[in-house]
Design a protein around this ligand. Structure first.
Ligand code: F6P
Length: 542
């Protein structure tokens, strides 16, 4: 039986290293290790990562690799790629990777039928995507979905703007807030709009409410033939049919919502970038899958990233990570990664149901550079918490304004450098400042606070990701990399990264509140919530 990470030897070694490495200073290790950049940078298909400004060294790296071995992380990876039921709480296989396997590839025993269905569905929704692309009467495609049925497709369509068909607009409606839907509907015409109702379950409150509103708007605005303007992307064909949808594209229970953009949930991406583009997107991810499966531990990029996450979270006690994509197309990447990591690994019991005694998923957050620099980077440079930053740059832009792009890259490099080297000039000035005479205290205070406020402590870690170009292939590889990195951290922590029971209670209580809107004495509602219901006039005053 797999041992819990905190019970294996490598964990104790890392505890010890944590104490020894308290004085680790990036500036010093760079000075003492000439080839640190070469040693700590790694390439995988389409993605290059510089780990050299991370708060670790070879000893830590070795112990982490030991930890992966002692927690059977690679065995769990192989079990996932063999189609075993590793989502133990739901007794399901975890096979989003199968969606990316090209036709004709040799498969693990027993997965041929599933793969056949994958290919058939893929071909069917790609042909549909091509039909829509060729149909000039459709100018607006609206994806209605939330969570995994929204974030991935939305992020990808934005990221791949260069490849998106110019004759159509793409919209993503997720929030149940009608301000959002009504604002969108005002810009649409029913006869030229195609709604994709994306919901694995076809029962999510937000999506069903928005879909119903879309249908109501469509009919009121004179729309005809719902069946031609509403398509279902769902595992629940019956639910979609009951809504009035006749065209549906399905997927399987072994595809988790946040891992579903490779399935028919990605139809908006396929319409946007076409059949070839979507296949390239799958190919990039498939190449990363292959790398994850076959690269040796030391050269395995997802493995290394996941292990670094363990070191940071459990030994250096970093509670959050900031994502800084230096490409405006990747502005939704932080939101996408939030669901991927925090829904997957935000757990506090292990897969045997036992409370874990160590931290799991950190908080992920971020904004595109350079905007973040002028907002919260102050806190990242000088705040009291150390928050590792992940820079992501794209070498070749898709425009010809070379100067702008060079400035963008310079900003990313300079920020990463500033986090590492800091600036101690003022501290030195302070030491050499004249002695304070009695009575000069106030002016000394002003003086020294001015010095101190200008000091940059440095020695703050960052990771640096670089893509050659932002293409369907490289984006596919980057996303698969993030999925596998999340997998690695979850595997070491011994949690099930593939369920999400934490979202259920809120859903249930929403329903309970809705049921009692007009009940005079609501049952099972705490006084605070009751008070707020009255204040918001969601129930009659008793
Ligand atoms: O509430 C969480 C969740 O179940 C996510 O995991 C999922 O991506 C999202 O809701 C949407 O679910 P569905 O695709 O079934 O509408």
């Amino acid at each position: 039986m797999t041992k819990r990470c905190d019970q294996v030897k490598a964990w104790q070694v890392l505890q010890q290293l944590k104490v020894e490495k308290q004085t680790l200073d990036l500036r010093n290790i760079f000075a003492s290790q000439e080839n640190r950049f070469e040693h700590f940078s790694l390439s995988a298909p389409h993605v290059f990562v510089d780990f050299s400004k991370c708060m670790w060294d070879e000893q830590v790296e070795d112990a982490l690799l030991e930890l992966a071995g002692q927690t059977d992380t690679e065995q769990l990876r192989d079990a996932m790629f063999a189609g075993e039921l590793i989502n133990t709480t739901e007794q399901r296989a975890v096979m989003h990777w199968l969606l990316r396997v090209p036709n004709g590839t040799r498969l693990p025993l027993g997965l041929e039928q599933s793969h056949k269905e994958v290919i058939e569905t893929l071909e069917r929704f790609l042909s549909f995507a091509e039909l829509i692309r060729a149909d000039n009467t459709i100018t607006d495609v609206v994806n209605i979905g939330i969570g995994g049925s929204d974030l991935g497709p939305q992020m990808a369509v934005k990221a791949l703007d260069e490849f998106v068909i110019p004759t159509k607009r793409f919209h993503f409606l997720s929030n149940i807030d009608a301000h959002e839907s009504l604002r969108l509907f005002r810009t649409l015409k029913p006869e030229s709009t195609l709604f994709l109702i994306a919901s694995k379950s076809f029962s999510t409150l937000e999506t069903m409410t928005n879909a119903a509103l879309a249908k109501e708007w469509f009919l009121q605005a004179g729309g005809k033939h719902i069946e031609n303007h509403f398509v279902g992307l769902t595992s629940n064909t019956k639910g979609a049919n009951a809504f009035g949808i006749t065209t549906t594209f399905g997927f399987w229970d072994w595809v988790g919502g946040r891992y579903s953009m490779w399935s028919s949930i990605g139809l908006s991406i396929a319409i946007a970038i076409g059949e070839d583009g979507f296949k390239s997107f799958l190919r990039g991810a498939f190449e990363m899958d292959h790398h994850f499966k076959t690269a040796g531990a030391r050269d395995n990029l997802p493995l290394k990233l996941g292990l670094l996450d363990i070191w940071y979270r459990n030994f250096l006690n970093y509670g959050s990570r900031s994502i800084a994509p230096y490409h405006s197309g990747l502005s939704r990447l932080p939101a996408y990664l939030q669901q991927l990591e925090m829904e997957s690994n935000g757990k506090s019991v292990d897969k045997f149901g036992l409370q874990v005694k160590y931290g799991t998923a950190p908080v992920l957050w971020g904004e595109p550079g350079t905007n973040g620099q002028h907002a919260f980077f102050q806190m990242l440079h000088q705040g009291t918490d150390v928050i590792p930053v992940e820079f992501l740059v794209v070498k070749d832009p898709s425009h010809t304004h070379v100067k702008n792009h060079e400035l963008l890259l310079a900003n990313a490099l300079a920020q990463a450098q500033a986090f590492m080297i800091g600036e101690s000039k003022d501290a030195k000035d302070l030491q050499t400042a004249p002695t304070v005479k009695v009575g000069d205290w106030a002016s000394h205070q002003a003086d020294s606070s001015q010095h101190a406020a200008r000091r940059f402590p440095g020695n703050r870690p960052s990771l640096f990701f670089a893509l050659e170009r932002l293409t369907p292939e490289s984006l596919g590889a980057l996303i698969a990399l993030s999925e596998h990195r999340t997998f690695v951290a979850g595997a070491v922590w011994g949690i099930n990264s593939f369920d999400q029971f934490g979202v259920e209670l809120g859903k249930k209580l929403t329903q309970n509140i809705v049921n009692q809107f007009d009940v005079e004495h609501p049952m099972n509602i705490d006084p605070s919530t009751q008070g707020l219901m009255i204040k918001l006039k969601l129930k009659s005053v008793p």
